[in-house]
Write a protein that binds this ligand. Structure first.
Ligand SMILES: Nc1ncnc2c1ncn2[C@@H]1O[C@H](COP(=O)(O)OP(=O)(O)O)[C@@H](O)[C@H]1O
Ligand SMILES: [Mg+2]
Length: 270
């Protein structure tokens, strides 16, 4: 029995800042209005979580976030009977709570979850939006405002794990890849507080490194890593050192790859 690792956020005073890179805000709003489940596709650190936080705020809905992993059981989502001294009491899981209160329920990295866990989502994506709770014999109808959102990283572990077509076809998919250079630089600048020239240089570096994707580099630098490098620079750490610490070292342990990445850093920040 895993602990409830869900995170609930409601009523942030300020909007989580999100810089749109396409028509995703309007598309998401329409999906929300029509009760359609959404799948956010994109690499780690490209802005999926920030986008959902922003949309939940904009739509005025509570957000329940559930990080998925391979021993996440259906009962971790739905709930379970707890044994107490005077009998058993039912405790809702995070999905059930979201269904009852009309929250946006965000399952992060849904491919990580076991198939038998993912299946409990299916009836919620039908037009009747139902959640059967086998253990209590109850069937809940999702409250207005409930929306199911999942994230999915298409590149990551694609050969080992994938979503079944019967699951995928239940979602409207939105591609959130790394934004175009100009916009990514604006995001890095906003989030880290560095100057525009440094933000642009970080993005130029990322574009060079991303070209190594199929040449032995398993994971490419995300917007998140660029922001981390920017944050270090804004604290007064030297530009190259910041890039080595926040970009090169997290990406690879392999000496020849580390050497190649360091060369790219040195060529970008002369
Ligand atoms: N379009 C965007 N607008 C605002 N911030 C962004 C955007 N894309 C990425 N970020 C920044 O990058 C960080 C990582 O994004 P996150 O949403 O956590 O990625 P993911 O959930 O896809 O792994 C965020 O905390 C935010 O600072
Ligand atoms: Mg995330």
């Amino acid at each position: 029995m895993g602990a409830d690792e869900s995170v609930r956020s409601l009523g942030a005073v300020e909007a989580p800042w999100y810089h749109p890179t396409g028509n995703e805000v309007a598309l998401f709003e329409q999906c929300h209005r029509r009760g359609l489940a959404v799948m956010l596709k994109g690499p780690t650190g490209c802005g999926k979580t920030r986008f959902v936080e922003h949309m939940a705020w904009k739509l005025g809905r509570p957000l329940v976030t559930i990080p998925c992993h391979d021993d996440l059981a259906a009962s971790d989502l739905i709930g379970r009977f707890l044994i107490q001294h005077n009998g058993t009491v039912w405790q809702d899981g995070p999905l059930t709570r979201a269904v009852r209160e009309g929250a946006i329920c965000y399952l992060d990295e849904v491919v990580e979850a076991r198939q038998d866990t993912v299946v409990v989502l299916h009836a919620l994506t039908d037009h009747r939006r139902l959640l059967p709770i086998d253990k209590t014999g109850e069937t809940l109808r999702a409250a207005p405002g409930f929306q199911l959102v999942v994230s999915y990283n298409p590149g990551y572990q694609r050969l080992l794990k994938d979503l079944k077509p019967s699951t995928r076809q239940r979602f409207v998919a939105m591609d959130l890849d790394f934004p175009p250079a100009e916009q990514e630089a604006r995001i890095v600048q906003h989030e880290s507080g560095i100057d525009e020239a440094s933000a642009r240089a970080l993005v130029a570096l990322a574009e060079r490194i991303r070209q190594l994707r199929d040449r032995g580099l398993a994971e490419v630098p995300s917007t998140r890593l660029l922001i981390a490098a920017g944050v270090l620079m804004a604290c007064g750490i030297g530009q190259r050192e910041a890039c080595h610490a926040a970009i090169v070292a997290p990406l690879s342990d392999e000496p020849s790859m580390v050497g190649a990445l360091r060369d790219l850093v040195d060529a970008t920040f002369v």
